[in-house]
Design a protein around this ligand. Structure first.
Ligand code: FAD
Length: 553
């Protein structure tokens, strides 16, 4: 095989949306309807991509006619809950205040937001407490949002992965991407960019480690946005605190809150105090407040834990299956059917999945979806998870990016050439190498390091050893990784991004000298109230610099 030379293409636009997921499409729709020229660069196909690809069924929202006109108790409840602790109040308030506007929009576009003509709240709540999760039928949401974007003149480029931002002292002015089907380098010149590349999967071993893509959220969302933002100088936040989610064993899939059964031990005893029989309204909320339950049961020899739907009425079963189908859980349901497994007669084993950064660690964007860099916005799982957060902040990002000056000074040509040439050289080299490790080996090595040195137990010595191993891996991967085709070139770039993020996880984990949530430091074994702060990291003069910031309550 001779040297591979990449073709080149240049794309001009006002607003570049990187990622055509929920946030990216909402941003594109809004910027498009406000008159901006908009391009969406999507790694896959926006009709079926990302974590919302096959549907979702819970949309968190505050509906004045249901919840009453005082929003503050809801802001309080969220801020004190699992996801809200490390966030500013103004951020939570903006999200909740604008959530109902999006519910109405989606309904008008054909995404059914009502059930039997009414708003239906269920799941993710404790009995007797206010409910913010509204059921909606999201099965076709990606096709519908794609249609809405196209209607407003948005250009959607599928199979295009962006991997670096173009920027100068004035801010972000575009990005560099590749076509993942052909050997082509794409330079985007834009007035501003919106990052909506989703969550970070594949950083830690999956619950079935041999199957890299058996992840709870979309396995093609690997934190490209966070890595690009960091390299360009934007602030990231809370990278050190992982989170654990759960669902059916061996079949990783989000959607726990839609299961209506009771979580029981192998003797049939409920493992939580909240429900004793199946309940389509609450499900079993024990895991919303006790994330470690599956691990603790296993460690103490009391496992496994099962989702037991025995006792669910026919009507209740239909109700649960309806939402599971809308939530992209069709593959599991089909599998149960093919195996002749009756969900009411056979409890389904549940367990914890891999460590995730979502919904905490990510790009530090504010309630205007602005990052710390001029011309750069971000939304969705880049920092704040869930479908409603993605939709609301995507919308806000599009609104604000559309206001950017259209004839802002372009990127200095010499500077652009340096940034693009350096990348092209690396990509052509990777594509031309004939022998070396592939992206899979690199990804597996990375996961191994993260699990061994920055996983369930972290300490100064473990983290230091992990960082040294990561740096060796980074150097080796850059020098020897191979990509026999453009698709695998994308996977190599993903692996590079994951390694960059892994370094940040380790560096920030070393800095947080306390135990908080799944950030467990036996050398600092308690949660220090004085550290209930945001840990920010950004690149200054080529190095990560950290800063603690107060949370505005
Ligand atoms: C089965 C399942 C059920 C769920 N149920 C719910 C639910 O009921 N309620 C809820 O609130 N949340 C739910 N979630 C989570 C929810 O889907 C996500 O929070 C939401 O999709 C986030 O939107 P996003 O736009 O930030 O990211 P995504 O929707 O994941 O979109 C990111 C997009 O970016 C693209 N991309 C990534 N990197 C690049 C790159 N470098 N260049 C170009 N494109 C790139 C990806 O291909 C993808 O299309 C569920 C998730 C799953 C998987």
């Amino acid at each position: 095989m001779g040297k591979t030379t990449l073709k080149e293409k240049s794309v001009e636009t006002d607003v570049l949306c990187i990622g055509g997921g929920i946030a990216g499409l909402m941003a594109a729709i809004r910027a498009g309807e406000l008159g901006a020229r908009v391009v969406v660069a999507e790694k896959a196909n926006s009709k079926y991509s990302g974590s919302g690809a096959t549907g979702n069924d819970h949309f968190m929202c505050y509906v004045p006619e249901v919840h009453g006109h005082d929003i503050e108790p809801f802001v309080n409840a969220f801020q004190h809950g699992q996801q809200g602790g490390l966030r500013h109040r103004s951020f939570i308030r903006t999200w909740l205040e604008r959530s109902f506007e999006i519910v109405n929009l989606w309904d008008s576009w054909g995404i059914p937001m009502k059930y039997n003509g009414k708003y239906e709240f269920a799941g993710h709540a404790l009995p007797g407490k206010p409910m913010l999760d509204m059921h909606y039928a999201g099965k076709d949401q990606k096709k519908i949002l794609t249609e809405q974007a196209l209607k407003r003149g948005v250009e959607i480029l599928k199979r295009v992965m962006c991997f670096d931002l173009l920027h100068d002292e004035e801010g972000v002015k575009g990005a560099i991407g590749i076509n993942t089907v052909e050997d082509e380098l794409i330079t985007f010149h834009a007035g501003g960019a919106i990052l909506g590349t989703g969550s970070v999967m594949r950083l830690y071993p999956a619950s079935t480690p041999a199957w890299l893509f058996n992840t709870r959220l979309s396995p093609t969302c690997v934190g490209d946005g966070r890595a690009m933002a960091f390299r360009a100088g934007a602030e990231l936040v809370s990278m050190e605190i992982p989170i654990l989610r759960c669902g059916p064993a061996y079949f990783a899939r989000a959607g726990k809150a839609t299961w209506a059964g009771v979580l029981r031990d192998s003797e049939g005893k409920p493992v939580g105090p909240f429900v004793t029989k199946p309940d389509t309204k609450y499900g079993d909320p024990v895991v919303d407040v006790y994330q470690d339950i599956f691990l603790d049961y296993k460690k103490s020899g009391r496992g496994p834990v099962y989702m037991d739907c025995d006792g669910l009425s026919d009507e209740g079963l239909d109700y649960m299956l309806h939402w599971l189908r809308n939530e992209g859980n069709v593959a599991i349901l089909n599998h149960l059917e093919e195996e002749g497994i009756d969900i009411r007669k056979n409890p389904v084993e549940f367990r914890s999945y891999e460590y995730e950064l979502f919904p905490r660690g990510g790009i530090y964007y504010n309630n205007e979806a602005a990052t710390s860099l001029e011309g750069l916005y971000a939304a969705g799982d880049e920092f704040f998870g869930g479908i409603s957060g993605a939709a609301v902040f995507g919308w806000i990002a599009g609104e604000n990016a559309a206001k950017l000056e259209k004839d802002a000074s372009p990127l200095n040509k010499a500077r652009e050439k340096t940034q693009v040439d350096e990348k092209r050289e690396l990509l052509e080299e990777i594509r031309s190498r004939e022998v070396g490790p592939g992206w899979k080996e690199t990804n597996i090595a990375l996961q191994q390091i993260m699990w061994d040195y920055a996983g369930q137990v972290r300490s100064e010595t473990l983290l230091n050893a992990g960082l040294a191993a990561l740096q060796r891996l980074k150097h080796k991967a850059r020098a020897s990784i191979i990509a026999p085709n453009p698709h695998e070139l994308m996977r190599c770039l993903e692996a590079f991004n994951l390694i960059d993020l892994a370094e940040l996880v380790i560096i920030t984990a070393r800095e947080r000298k306390e135990t908080r949530g799944k950030h467990v430091r036996p050398d600092y074994p308690f949660t220090n109230p004085l550290m209930e702060k945001l840990l920010i990291v950004k690149k200054v003069d080529g190095k990560p610099v950290m800063e603690w910031r107060e949370i505005k309550r």
